[in-house]
Ligand binder design. Structure first.
Ligand SMILES: Cc1cc2nc3c(=O)[nH]c(=O)nc-3n(C[C@H](O)[C@H](O)[C@H](O)COP(=O)(O)OP(=O)(O)OC[C@H]3O[C@@H](n4cnc5c(N)ncnc54)[C@H](O)[C@@H]3O)c2cc1C
Length: 449
């Protein structure tokens, strides 16, 4: 139950209970504001949430998420909520190994960053010396430029400029770009990719660590907030009204508001405000985002698949034939894995080509891909059940020249939050959390100044 009101307590509404909205809610609740969250669905977490799979008869995630050690604001927020990192995450040093065992890039050294990454690259399996040299030179040139790239440049353009070989482009850069930006190299913004690369190679020894959640994404931290914050579920807010003292939302009077919905929904809600007709630039900027889908496949297995690592890179030499890009061995890291059959998840980012395909066909292709790429001595066990979750608008397409919006607006006491705001990050969890926290800080300043 949320704590009772105290006189003089300022009231704040947040629309949208994704990671941005909830990070804002937590920050404001700590500042002793009375926070009310409106969420259109019945689950907390937005694009990183739990879902019930009827096919599997249990709770799974809407998509496998991977955090990295550089997500400092997200990890600090979880610490504030009292989360025990070891219990909630499997943390391991960066290790990208292909299931077919022909590639491995693994940080194990005790060296500081970026030397640890350099050493890992030099020891990497599956790259010729000349390719390693080209990779290192490209990264060194980025570092020399302080990871700052002309805004209009695509990743493909940069790769050409850096003289990267077709092998490196196809087997190293393209999979990495799709995995981190959910956008192909020919369209992706090099500036956003440079930020990802900086975090993984040059932001401190543990910044490149992988953190894989051991519990479902709503239980992880979002649901902890529901004890302290008033939440209205199942309410899609279409408009808000300005009042003499602030705003009114669904009959609730508040002093200030954070819109933490996707950009287009923000535009729709703001269109109800006086003066919105004088903000054509803002309204246009909110509509400009394109989105790319991610498909997540869960396969239930007859028995445990005894592969040693928690995740593997899948080879996609022929993307028409090999849909899967990453394999996660969920039974190896989920806390409740003992209570159901062994399961694995396969991620298909930038899944546009697979949207119209028959699901049974996709499953068949994925199984064949795993069978082909599995080590001979550790074959894929029989698949007993499956589910596919498609998030059609998983992340915004991280293209050059996107106008990312600030958190404040022309309306006093009205703020924006979401991974699409001007976070400096692509569409990721850390960006969402940072954005929510910044919106909350701006709102606090507004109300107490
Ligand atoms: C399949 C998948 C895999 C991903 N993998 C990763 C990963 O591995 N690592 C990573 O860092 N990021 C990953 N991401 C991206 C990450 O999930 C997002 O960046 C993040 O969740 C965005 O949070 P948000 O709060 O900005 O937006 P959202 O999560 O979209 O939150 C917006 C909320 O607003 C609600 N809402 C919308 N309209 C209204 C309305 N009118 N009234 C009330 N409520 C409304 C929505 O229901 C939603 O809950 C992945 C995303 C997907 C979909």
């Amino acid at each position: 139950m949320p704590p009772p009101d105290t006189p003089d307590q300022k009231r704040v509404a947040i629309i949208g209970a994704g990671w941005a909205g909830l990070a804002a809610a937590h920050t404001l609740q700590q500042k002793n504001f009375k926070v009310h969250v409106f969420e259109q669905s019945h689950t907390l977490g937005g694009r990183a949430r739990k879902v019930h799979s009827r096919k599997l008869g249990r709770t799974i995630d809407n998509g496998q998420h991977l955090l990295i050690g550089a997500y400092v604001d997200t990890l600090r927020l979880m610490q504030e909520l009292g989360l025990n990192e070891k219990k909630h995450f499997l943390r391991q040093a960066l290790d990208i190994s292909s299931l077919n065992q022909d590639f491995r890039l693994s940080i194990q050294s005790t060296l500081p960053a970026p030397l640890n990454f350099l050493y890992a690259l030099l020891r990497a399996k599956g790259l010729t010396f000349s390719n390693k040299y080209k990779l290192i030179r490209a990264l060194a040139s980025l570092k020399k430029q302080k990871w700052q790239i002309p805004q209009a440049q695509t990743v493909a353009h940069w790769l050409k400029q850096q003289n990267q070989t077709p092998f490196l482009c196809q087997f190293f850069w393209e999979p990495l770009c799709i995995a981190t930006l959910n956008t192909g190299t020919n369209k992706a913004s090099m500036q956003l990719f440079a930020i990802v690369l900086q975090q993984s190679t040059d932001a401190g020894k543990q910044a490149s660590d992988f953190l894989i959640p051991r519990v479902d994404l709503s239980t992880l931290w979002a649901e902890k907030l529901s004890h302290d914050i008033a939440i209205t579920y199942g309410k899609s807010i279409q408009s808000i009204q300005m009042t003499s003292a602030g705003y009114q939302i669904n009959g609730l009077d508040v002093d200030a508001v954070i819109l933490a919905t996707p950009a287009r929904q923000c535009a729709r809600i703001m269109a109800s405000l006086p003066g919105s007709e004088n903000q054509p630039g803002l309204m246009k900027a909110l509509q400009q985002f394109n989105f790319n889908p991610i498909m997540t496949i869960t396969l239930e297995l007859e028995k445990n698949w005894h592969l040693p690592l928690p995740l593997y890179l899948l080879k996609t030499e022929n993307p028409q034939q090999d849909p899967g890009q990453w394999l996660f061995m969920r039974s190896r890291f989920m806390n409740d894995a003992h209570s159901y059959r062994p399961e694995i998840t396969i991620v298909i980012s930038l899944a546009n080509e697979w949207l119209a395909k028959d699901k049974q066909e996709i499953i068949q292709r994925v199984i064949e891909q795993l069978e082909r790429q599995a080590p001979e001595k550790i074959p894929l066990p029989a698949v007993t059940a499956w589910d596919i979750i498609t998030e059609k608008r998983a992340t915004f397409s991280a293209e050059p020249g996107l106008q990312r919006l600030p958190n404040n607006t022309a309306w006093p006491g009205l703020y924006l939050a979401g991974d699409w705001t001007d976070t400096g990050f692509p569409g990721v969890l850390e960006g969402a959390v940072k954005s929510g926290q910044l919106a909350a800080r701006l709102l606090t300043k507004h109300l107490i100044s």
